[in-house]
Design a protein around this ligand. Structure first.
Ligand code: BGP
Length: 470
């Protein structure tokens, strides 16, 4: 394991517009899918005020600066910039992001800007969401406006955050809008359409001769067979294909490899359905694969796979009551618990080895990759005050093990250039609301005050020394 992180390594904190900004109705912002979803009768929480970042970004950036955090992941709210998702630009939205980006730079906290972090304009969601290919063009138009407005200062752009989560959570697990379950054909089609939108936006950016870099953020959950049996290993390969490999191929090979397509076709045959593509998609993929500057890798967990012949079943743990999750997909496999691997209260296996393996896998299977940023990693925890302090030692232990995995991969030649802890401050969790905290800084949602957790002091020391500290 390398002892020190390389010079220039970014120790960042991650956020996303919808999870931190609040102010969903202010200054001309238009509705996105989550506004409607989180304000339905019976909804347990919504995004007002979230972490009030819309008003408090200066405080948060000052904290980042003071704690030696030299990068921040932010995302842009599409409907703050284009209230209807297209057409009329909202000057207040552009002004807000201009001020935010300028403040990041002033504080020495480099912004890493994601164009789309789940918050599709409501109108487009209602009109077929990412199954409707018209949305690809709308996304590229929105991207162009952002590149023109902020591209002189933003040096790290990501097209999308976690296309797989949009597909899986919305159409397989049913815990994101539109809450559909086991629609495997739709999930695969959405992945493809998002890859086309990514490729076109990336190619556009590259044609604009702007000074920054551009990539995409994927959630790369590890997939591990629960036994050495061929059937369990095949379940692992199928889950890996639909969750990771299909989209990595599109981004880095510029096509779907034969092996990938045979796994995807097997899943489609068992569930019914067909992937629809256009020939030009593969031209777009090929151009983008030659130009992509970096991969943002979100990594929280790995899944242990067992062969599964039964029907699909899902139970989402959205409360933090341990041991309540179930996820079995027909034609793919069952995600089962591994008694040797600890889990968080939300049943996410804590498996840093999986992060190391994913990093090595990128270097092995996609040797044309240029750089990797760990764009999210962190631990959901029910933090609270004790004697006026917030002791989040389990989070420190979790992050330590993952930083060790990164150091090991770096030692072995994998080009990892930064780490953005999820999250900078406590944020709204998409399906858990406010009781699943991730931040280095505790947010008291009653008054929006920030308090450093034990992990904030610890992270500062790591960033100052560029090496792990106890
Ligand atoms: C990732 C998302 C983040 C964040 C994180 C934690 O998938 O990109 O936006 O929410 O997961 O997820 P959760 O809040 O469900 O625990």
């Amino acid at each position: 394991m390398a002892k020190k992180f390389p010079a220039g390594f970014i120790f960042g904190g991650a956020t996303a517009a919808y999870q931190v900004e609040g102010a969903t109705r202010e200054d001309g912002r238009g509705p996105c899918v989550w506004d409607e979803y989180m304000n339905r009768p019976g909804a347990r929480f919504n995004a007002d005020p979230a972490s009030d970042f819309y008003h408090q970004y200066k405080t948060d950036l000052q904290l980042a600066h003071d704690y030696n955090i030299n990068g921040i992941r932010i995302s842009l709210s599409w409907t703050r910039i284009l209230p209807e998702g297209e057409g009329r630009v909202n000057p207040a939205g552009i002004a807000y992001y201009n001020e935010l980006i300028d403040e990041c730079i002033k504080q020495g906290v480099e912004p890493f800007v994601t164009l789309h972090h789940f918050d599709t304009p409501l109108k487009f969601f209602q009109n077929g969401h990412w199954l409707n290919r018209d949305l690809i063009d709308k996304f590229v138009e929105y991207a162009k406006i952002c590149f023109e407005a902020f591209g002189d200062r933003v040096t790290k752009w990501a097209t999308f955050n976690e296309p797989w989560s949009i597909a899986q959570n919305g159409y397989l697990a049913g815990n994101f809008p539109p809450n559909e379950t086991f629609q495997i054909e739709k999930a695969i089609q959405i992945e493809h359409n998002l890859m086309v939108a990514h490729a076109r936006a990336l190619n556009l950016y590259k044609s604009m001769n702007l000074p920054g870099k551009i990539g995409i953020v994927h959630t790369l959950e590890g997939k591990v067979a629960i036994s050495a049996s061929p059937a369990d290993c095949h379940a692992r390969d199928l889950d890996d294909a639909i969750s990771n490999r299909f989209m990595l191929d599109a981004c880095y090979l510029g096509k779907y490899s034969d092996t990938t397509m045979s796994l995807i076709n097997e899943i489609l045959q068992k569930n019914g359905g067909k992937l629809i593509t256009e020939p030009s998609d593969f031209d777009d993929f090929a151009r983008a694969a030659k130009q992509i500057d970096f991969l943002g890798m979100n990594y929280y967990s790995s899944h242990f796979l067992q062969a599964w012949d039964g029907d699909s079943q899902v139970v989402n743990n959205s409360t933090g009551e341990k041991g309540t999750s179930v996820f079995c997909l027909k034609g793919i496999g069952a995600r089962v618990s591994n008694p040797e691997v600890p889990t968080t209260d939300w049943d996410w296996p804590i498996y840093p080895e999986g992060m190391y393996r994913q990093l090595k896998r990128i270097a092995r299977d996609y040797p044309n990759y240029k750089e990797i940023f760990i764009s999210e990693n962190g631990m959901g925890y029910k933090d609270d005050f004790e004697d006026g302090k917030i002791d989040d030692t389990p989070r420190i232990e979790y992050v330590t093990k993952h930083l060790e995995a990164i150091l090991k991969a770096i030692e072995e030649g994998v080009k990892v250039k930064g780490y953005y802890i999820w999250s900078l401050m406590d944020v709204l969790s998409w399906s858990n609301g406010y009781n699943k905290r991730y931040g280095l800084f505790y947010v008291d949602y009653a008054n929006q005050k920030r308090y450093p957790k034990k992990s904030a002091y610890w992270y500062k020391a790591i960033s100052q020394r560029r090496e792990l500290v106890p």
